[in-house]
Ligand binder design. Structure first.
Ligand code: 13P
Ligand code: SF4
Length: 358
């Protein structure tokens, strides 16, 4: 079905129905509960309590995990707020439902605590695309540059950095460094790097060639077509999306920032360019609004990406239960590495705090 050149109202209506039927098949849009699920959730709640543990989940994880985190006094957030919450929580064990770099960040910030994850297999294409040794050589070759790395990296890469940032704060930190006259190495997400460079006008910014396999799938021309089908909709995009997507967006921001925009903006319809797991929180906080996934298939394509991170999808209720029951999938980071990586991470948290205090 082509999305181009639709002229009449009925043709537009047919297109909308097509988009909607596709969206209805996107998993993770709402929490569904059956008896088995409820039983498992109860067992997990009891274990969390018994083990003095708290569940922290990312917005891209399954809706069941997000709702469980909320029901048990845990937290659902973007990667920056997950780190901040883990850092402030009284719980002795933090269970991180997300991807490995989020578990490692929790460990680096809380070396004395036990950090468990439903799976240790859940990684990230950005992390994979930035091997620590190659990155260190690159930094060594440019010693006059401030090294700013995205949180979606290994503990080793963080340990080599001057700053760790997440998408919520990356632009502010680089703006701050540019204002101080610094040259910057940015790694690993090239789209976020290019976006920051464009926004700040930074001339001396070296950008690593990494990308997120989920956000890279959003298609520019199909988004332009969708925009014409929904002329009253606002476009919300995560900055890991390609520049041509970001140029069409009304709001570019971290997962928390685009959820906030969906709640606060006057539009009733939003086209969303990020992982589909985010729809759970968006629909929960803005039930009267309509959220449409940005297109992941170009003109005439016979297949489309599901816009769901395969690694986030590895987190399930079952694997969470096993991890808590057996204390398995514990995150370990070498203490000397923790010490080094803590410095740029703490710098980010202090920077955020100073913004909030100002
Ligand atoms: P946020 O920091 O916006 O939560 O993003 C993390 C991430 O992995 C996006 O793909
Ligand atoms: Fe990494 Fe992309 Fe998955 Fe986020 S959505 S964890 S950036 S692969």
């Amino acid at each position: 079905m082509t999305l181009l050149n639709k002229n009449t109202e009925s043709e537009f209506a047919a297109e909308r129905a097509f988009v909607k039927s596709y969206l209805d098949k996107v998993p993770g849009k709402c929490a569904v509960s059956d008896d088995k699920t409820d039983e498992l959730k109860k067992k997990i709640s009891m274990l969390l309590h018994e083990r003095n543990a708290v569940l922290v989940a990312h917005y891209y994880t399954d809706a069941l995990l997000q709702s469980l985190a909320e029901e048990t006094g845990g937290f659902v957030a973007d990667s920056l707020e997950m780190a901040r919450f883990g850092n402030q929580s009284e719980a002795q064990t933090i269970v991180v439902a997300g991807v490995k770099f989020m578990g490692e960040t929790a460990k680096i910030l809380n070396p004395e605590k036990t950090i468990l994850m439903p799976t240790l297999e859940a990684t990230c294409s950005l992390d994979i695309g930035c091997p620590a040794d190659t990155f260190a050589s690159f930094c060594d070759a440019h010693p006059d540059h401030e090294v700013v790395v995205y949180a979606n990296t290994s503990a080793e890469v963080k340990a080599r950095a001057d700053w760790v940032v997440t998408s919520a704060i990356a632009l502010d930190v680089v703006e701050h460094l540019i204002a101080e006259g610094k040259s910057v190495i940015w790694a690993p997400d090239k789209h976020l790097g290019n976006y920051i460079q464009k926004k700040t006008g930074a001339e001396n910014m070296l950008i690593w060639d990494g990308a997120c396999i989920v956000h890279e799938e959003f298609k520019t021309r199909a988004l332009d077509t969708m925009r014409h089908l929904y002329p009253d909709a606002a476009i919300l995009a995560h900055p890991e999306s390609p520049m041509a997507i970001l140029e069409q967006a009304d709001v570019v921001g971290s997962t928390t920032q685009i959820i906030k925009a969906a709640c606060e903006r006057p539009e009733k319809t939003f086209i969303v360019a990020t992982d589909a797991g985010i729809f759970y929180k968006m629909q929960q906080l803005a039930p009267d609004k309509e959220f449409i996934l940005a297109p992941t298939a170009g003109e005439g394509a016979t297949c489309r990406s599901c816009a769901q991170c395969p690694w986030m999808g590895m987190n399930t209720l079952e694997s969470l239960y096993d991890s808590l029951l057996n204390g398995s999938n514990e995150i370990h980071v070498d203490p000397s590495l923790c010490e080094k990586a803590m410095v740029p991470l703490q710098r980010m948290l202090d920077f955020r705090q100073s913004q909030q205090d100002a």
